[in-house]
Design a protein around this ligand. Sequence first.
Ligand code: ATP
Length: 252
Amino acid sequence: MRADRPALELDAVGLQIGGARILRDVTMQVATGEMVGVIGPNGAGKTTLFNIISGVAVPTSGRVLLGGDDVTGQRVHQRARAGLGRTFQTSSVFAGLTAGENVRLAAQARIGGATSPWRFPRADDEASGVALRCLREVGLDHHLGTTAGVLSHGDKRKLEIAMLIATEPQVVLLDEPMAGVGSGDVAGLVEVIRTLHRSGRTVLMVEHHMEVLLGLVDRVAVMHHGELLVIDTPKAVMADPAVQKAYLGESV
Ligand SMILES: Nc1ncnc2c1ncn2[C@@H]1O[C@H](COP(=O)(O)OP(=O)(O)OP(=O)(O)O)[C@@H](O)[C@H]1O
């Protein structure tokens, strides 16, 4: 990654499957340290965009650049090594392992070496140290030994972010981090995402919870029918009559 280039660039990205145009000419630049929210009605192409950025899907046209490097042809693990991390809409924690073991596995994936959590790791080995630091960053260090499956949805989301941090990404994609989270857990999770961003990471976030999204991000990208309609500050996007009328509805 080159420091003088945007952390993430999409250059006329398109995806056509059979006769269907899923994405059309999506161009955007996300500066290093910026947080951008991606919104749009169901089926607008948000998840597909994340899949293309993370390498799960390959665009049929255009380019994806990370820190100025063209990663369009790179696979998921190569992009992860290049500094890209992602969470998914559905929970990806191992329910039967402890919170600490979950993060330790993520740390081991980056550090390399044996990945079995049942190896009776020394408490002071590198991955265990990383796990504790990451759990502390999301405020879950008191759950180090708690089985992940019994955590609340909000704490599971925090645990996923701790697992993400353990892989040391510079660009982070959060796919609906508030999905399934109870109202009592929202404020805590918002703070974790704010900290994730303030620590210098570049964040791209799909989130249907508008109040949360608008309070967190520097800019909002509005997707509609596979196209990027507008990308601007929350204030400018909210004031855009076309956005309000066509994509945000009466409730905003
Ligand atoms: N592999 C595929 N083959 C055919 N159509 C697809 C494929 N993947 C996505 N689509 C279609 O592309 C459109 C965009 O889907 P996508 O899941 O990216 O939207 P989204 O904005 O994330 O929606 P949601 O908010 O519901 O998650 C949808 O109409 C979907 O049915």
